[in-house]
Design a protein. Sequence first.
Length: 533
Amino acid sequence: MSSTRSTVDNNCVVKKGGPTLPAGIYTGICLALFAWMYFPAYQYMSIKWGLEDYNHCYLIPVIVMYILWEKRTAFRAVSTAPSWFGLVPLGIGVVLFWLGELGGEFYTIHISSWFVMIGMAWTYLGWNKLKLIGFPLCFLITMFPFPNLINNNLTLRLKLISSELGVAMLRIYGMSAYREGNVIDVGFTKLQVVDACSGLRYFLPLIILGILLAYYFRAAMWKRIALVLFAIPLSIITNSMRIASVGILYRFWGPVVVDGFFHDFSGWFIFMASLVMMLAVMWCLKRIFPDSQTAASYEKENGSVPAGIVKQEIGMRYAFLLAVPMFLLLGGTTLLANNVDFREKIPLRQPFSTFPVHVGDWQGERQVMDKVYLDSLELSDYLLIDYRNSQQQNINFYVAYNESQRGGKSSHSPATCLPGNGWEFKDSGITSVELPGGKVIKVQRAFLDKNGQKLLAYYWFSQRGRILHNLFELKLFAFWDAIVARRTDGALVRIITPVRDSGNLTESESRLKDFVRVMLPVLDQYLPGRTVR
């Protein structure tokens, strides 16, 4: 006769005899390892949550806990079936942790923590329980702030779109308005659309709100998707309406509408109006396109208690076998990360303050950047010189150097910065420059136009002897260099010259190429590693 007896209770729960792994012990070990491993990354995340663009993230854990509490009855009714498959997302999370740790990108570490959470839950709870709480676990991803590369580009794009739509609304109202990048000229004053008015503070919360409303929306999947997608143009249009309202009311009330109570109140009012519009869209989708799905099927989707579920408690031996490799993997990773010296090597270099202002036929005059820009860019060193040759031809030479690009820091591409100041990029692409000795480098080229003023620009990113052309390449090689060389230093090099005849760029093109040939060997002495591979 077997020593293990099974009994069936009224809820169709099969209980296997023998000791079980106490849930409190398992949970405590998991939380301790998780906190030890991700404390620095989550500490950084809490700082980002303090910014106004991401202060909505404080609500995400609360919402997730509420949804989990709603599912508590169904969760208890589903069988606990530990699975080795949970080690797969756990392994992915550990790999992402090292990529983020060595590359200094916190967003990668945050995503790593999500994979580790999924892996731990899958390993101990099993697929059926994991599937039941799948939505709140996936919803947790929305609490991670975007990396600076994505955040800066998204902010700029939203500012440009909101500014353009705001000007169109002002013109419809009957006001004379003109846009120059992110500056709106309404005649009696100029309004600048700064980062705070980019719409990111509506864009992300409204999308998150749309996801949450779609989860509770008892409708077909296509309607839920449509509701979430509707939040994207809604956030942009409502933010443009707010910008237009500032321009209209400025004439009557003056600067008070730009700051203070009105500014904050208008933001709150626009968000609440957006919520009402989303609820109205839900009502329209429900009334105009009625569903044939039954209420019972919706209850099944949302995780009500399934009928006839067999619940099993797994013995300690099997659960322990699954827990051991997981604990060893997380504990070993944490010990290695905290006890091995992964500090970045900061290369020695000459400061730009010693860079010559006289090079070849070019005589330069140093320029100083305003403190507001320096505080924003957080550069380790920079070079800004206006050069002039004997033919009185001008070139603006700018180099922005970062000794470390960890923690989300990276160079700002002219393709994202200059349009915000009203410059229109035309005929942008890659061009070749032949250097002395027959070497050829490829650099980014752009023709810029602003109110009839025309410029030709060359720019590239210099990183450990590579000539890179975009920020994604820069981030990719920063990861690689951090792993193989423990270095992430790099620089943006930008050269701009006026264009006298927009129909013929030959003169300006030749001027820039001649300047690159003369200046590059000198610059090579100030940037760690060779500028040309």
